[in-house]
Write a new protein. Structure first.
Length: 486
């Protein structure tokens, strides 16, 4: 296919060139009706290209197939059989994949327990029974890595009737699974592998990045273009290949969840990004990787900061690492990652991709430059000098892996929609949780509806809140009380 084409982007340009006008949504009429105080901030151009997708940019039958052609170009660019665009983020795309594979299967779905909250939401929405695959737990750094092939094989041995498997790779920390080996294990059983690769949209476009899930044999792969690409927030693509998944059935499942008013800006930006990556991706991402290597050296030389890299790869850790994710340990300065993230935002107007009790994460992209990197280095040097003036962070209880491995008692859907009550934190251990409890970022639930809470998890969350952790999906955000099944 001609990868220099951009069907969606060209269609928006043609709409303007033809001077079309619609007595249809959006009601702002290409920005004419928008309050100038709004366009002064958001820009008039964004509203001018906010068009009705069908019956506007395309005709009411979508006979020009702008979206279909753009999706075909995307699939061709990354070596998938099919690609489908979503304007509702990978949160929608992964739910559609789960429903397509296991939506009517009593055997459930093998699901990595380090999955994003969107996957748990999919379990609640669909009623699919999770057959949890434990992650690999790094007790030294208190983070989880993707499950190993051996863990996936054991999960299949324990649950041979499951409809398929779902893993997350890369994780929000940049660590990656051995997707090829895991895909082989799934395919030995004639079952599909779904990879939530939300953090990996860039992986097909440079050889020095971790292996792209489609190249490794995954059957469905979900990516968020807005995370590591150049799309708007909410831009996502899911890719399909192999003979174990029906492309059209996945699309129909997505249609159940998707808006009937997709944002053309999101579509067109993904179309343009695909062309950019095909034509310039290797060069742009190569420069980004070089910049990230320099950043690792520069940051490692700052007193009190340690950049994690080799520690994250190996037999007890991950198969590979996306080195654009620069994880910085601040614990030797006697402060928390939460404090450092807040200080960088307040004093230097710099936002960090993730923070936890002992780390901050700087995510580099191909849009970064020496100038933006130097801004980060300068801020981190000042952080190193300022850290001794910080208050001592509240002590957090850090549970061991046994505490974090909660027992599943009910289906997530049954617990979430069941008869519930709020109980004091001290009375929560032993009760079945009826809400997601998700430190965010990274967005991995510590407790999933239907699991039995332990004292260790309750202590971890309550002391975490006191130390600066954010748990936005809790009914009681103070976590003085927990929502449990009555």
């Amino acid at each position: 296919m001609n990868q220099s084409e951009t069907p969606l982007l060209d269609a928006v340009a043609r709409y303007h060139r033809d001077d079309r006008y619609g007595f249809t949504p959006p009601g702002h009429r290409q920005g004419v009706g928008v309050d100038p105080r709004v366009t002064d901030v958001l820009g008039a151009a964004s509203f001018r290209s906010d068009l009705l997708a069908s019956g506007g940019m395309d005709d009411r039958h979508s006979s020009n197939e702008y979206l279909t052609r753009a999706e075909q170009l995307m699939a061709s660019a990354v070596g998938a059989r099919s690609a489908f665009f979503s304007t509702c983020g990978s949160s929608l795309s992964v739910k559609a994949a789960m429903m397509a594979v296991a939506g009517n299967d009593d055997g459930g779905l093998l699901v990595a327990r380090d999955s994003h909250k969107a996957i748990v939401a999919g379990l609640v929405f669909s009623g699919v029974r999770p057959r949890w695959i434990p992650p690999r737990w790094d007790t030294d750094h208190h983070i989880s890595h993707p499950p190993s092939p051996e863990q996936v094989r054991r999960a299949w041995d324990d649950n041979p009737d499951a409809a398929g498997a779902l893993i997350v790779s890369p994780t929000p920390y940049g660590t990656c699974a051995d997707i090829a080996a895991i895909a082989d294990i799934c395919h030995e059983r004639g079952k599909p592998l779904i990879v939530d690769e939300a953090w990996g949209a860039h992986l097909p476009f440079h050889d020095d990045l971790p292996t792209w899930a489609m190249d490794a044999g995954a059957d469905i792969c979900v990516v968020s273009v807005h995370k590591m690409g150049a799309g708007f927030e909410q831009g996502s693509v899911y890719h399909v290949q192999g003979d174990l998944v029906d492309d059209r059935h996945v699309a129909l499942c997505a249609d159940l969840l998707m808006t009937t008013s997709p944002n053309v800006l999101v579509y067109a930006a993904m179309d343009g990004w695909r062309r950019q990556m095909v034509e310039q991706g290797s060069e742009l991402l190569g420069a980004a990787l070089a910049l990230a290597r320099s950043a690792r050296r520069e940051i490692s030389e700052i007193d009190g900061l340690s950049v994690l890299e080799d520690e994250l790869i190996g037999a007890e850790a991950s198969k590979d690492l996306d080195r654009l994710q620069v994880m910085i340990d601040v614990s030797s300065m006697g402060v928390s990652g939460y404090q450092c993230a807040d200080w960088l935002r307040d004093t230097h107007h710099l936002d960090i991709g993730m923070s936890d009790h002992r780390r901050i994460l700087a995510t580099f992209s191909f849009a970064d430059s020496e100038a933006t990197a130097e801004r980060l280095y300068a801020a981190l040097r000042e952080l190193s000098s300022a850290a001794p003036t910080f208050d001592a962070p509240p002590e957090m209880y850090l549970p061991d892996p046994n505490d974090l491995s909660l027992r599943s008692v009910m289906l997530p859907r049954d617990a979430f929609f069941g008869d519930t009550e709020m109980v004091d934190a001290k009375n929560a251990p032993g009760r079945i949780v009826a809400e997601q409890l998700t430190p965010y970022p990274p967005g991995i639930p510590v407790a999933v509806p239907g699991e039995e809470l332990t004292g260790g998890v309750v202590d971890y969350l309550t002391t975490g809140i006191a130390a600066g952790m954010n748990v936005p999906d809790a009914t009681d955000k103070s976590l003085r009380t927990f929502k449990v099944v009555r």
